[in-house]
Design a protein around this ligand. Structure first.
Ligand code: NDP
Length: 276
């Protein structure tokens, strides 16, 4: 009998990762036998650990903090989404043994918004808080999905400017200073792509940002998203969601890449939701 295909998620720390559970849940839908491990690798050991994993027959890997930039750097091929984001969260062994890098975060975000939450992104004026890796992936995908304007505000303004320059659509993409948030008026879609919640630092955001019927979305999920969601609801947002659905959808995009099958994400999402 052939061995089950080998998959893994690399990160540091990684014990908390939901990826093994998500991928096993998808695999069960198709009767696919796979092994999916969580591998804790320090930054200096990451490239070696990845190469050892694939040399031993690994078929694909997810990559999370702090290794997403290193994953892109070590790959032999890069998808457009990974190149644009500047980071990769998916590595796949090609038939000739070389490694391909992909980024499924932006697609995962857009799928969660449009398919799970039924949001039509076209024509929306969006505010993106943060300009790190997740924000970069999100920015391109939101624009592809048709948002009318995207205003990027980052604590370090140079990073927001660099992202806007890289996108190169000055008519649609603007940057503003964090200290001016109270003067920006309101938006109908607000995305928190900062790691403030994960780091346990609350964001002080003016309620004036939240327009009538605004949708608010924190890319973080669980306890890390509680403050932002409470702020959004207090400010009158029509809906406030966390990023658990994005996590499941980005995993589904990787699963499709590896197995050529589109899983039903809802039961996996609901099981995780019940657990947090
Ligand atoms: P990065 O470290 O790449 O970027 C962090 C961003 O947060 C930077 O823009 C940083 O600003 C900003 N930031 C950090 N602390 C503060 C603060 N106190 N006030 C204001 N801004 C702050 O992280 P990622 O982009 O990888 O992750 C960002 C978030 O997205 C995390 O919550 C992560 O969990 C979530 N995420 C969710 C995914 C999902 O599937 N649901 C997938 C990937 C990420 P500066 O440039 O000034 O340092």
């Amino acid at each position: 009998m052939s061995q089950p295909s080998q998959f893994a998620v690399f990160g540091h720390p990684i014990a908390h990762s939901l990826s093994p559970r998500i991928h096993q849940g998808f695999a069960q839908q198709f009767g696919i036998a796979l092994e999916y491990r969580a591998i804790d690798a320090m930054p200096e050991a990451f490239a070696g650990a990845v190469r050892a994993f694939f040399a031993a027959g690994g078929a694909g890997a997810n990559v999370t903090l702090p290794h997403k930039a290193a994953a892109l750097a070590l790959a032999d091929e890069r998808s457009e989404a990974a190149a644009r984001a500047g980071i990769a969260n998916v590595l796949t062994r090609l038939p000739d043994g070389r490694l391909a890098a992909h980024n499924s975060d932006g697609a995962g975000l857009v799928r969660d918004l449009t398919e799970r939450h039924g949001v039509d992104l076209r024509g929306r004026d969006a505010l993106l808080l943060g300009a790190g890796g997740a924000a970069r992936a999100a920015a391109w995908s939101l624009l592809d999905a048709g948002v009318q304007t995207l205003t990027i505000v980052n604590r370090t303004p140079e990073t927001a400017d660099a992202l806007a320059d890289a996108i190169g659509e000055p008519a649609r993409v603007h940057t503003r200073y964090w200290q001016d948030l109270a003067n920006l008026g309101s938006y109908d879609l607000i995305l928190n792509a900062t790691s403030a919640g994960v780091l346990g630092n609350g964001l002080k955001l003016p309620m004036s940002l939240v327009g009538a019927r605004a949708l608010c979305y924190d890319l973080a999920y669980g306890p890390a998203a509680i403050d932002f969601i409470a702020w959004a609801k207090a400010a009158g947002a029509r809906h406030a969601w966390d990023g658990l659905g994005m996590l499941v959808e980005q995993a589904a995009a990787a699963f499709e890449l590896w197995h050529g099958q589109q899983p039903d994400t809802e039961p996996v999402y609901q099981a995780l939701r019940a657990g947090i």
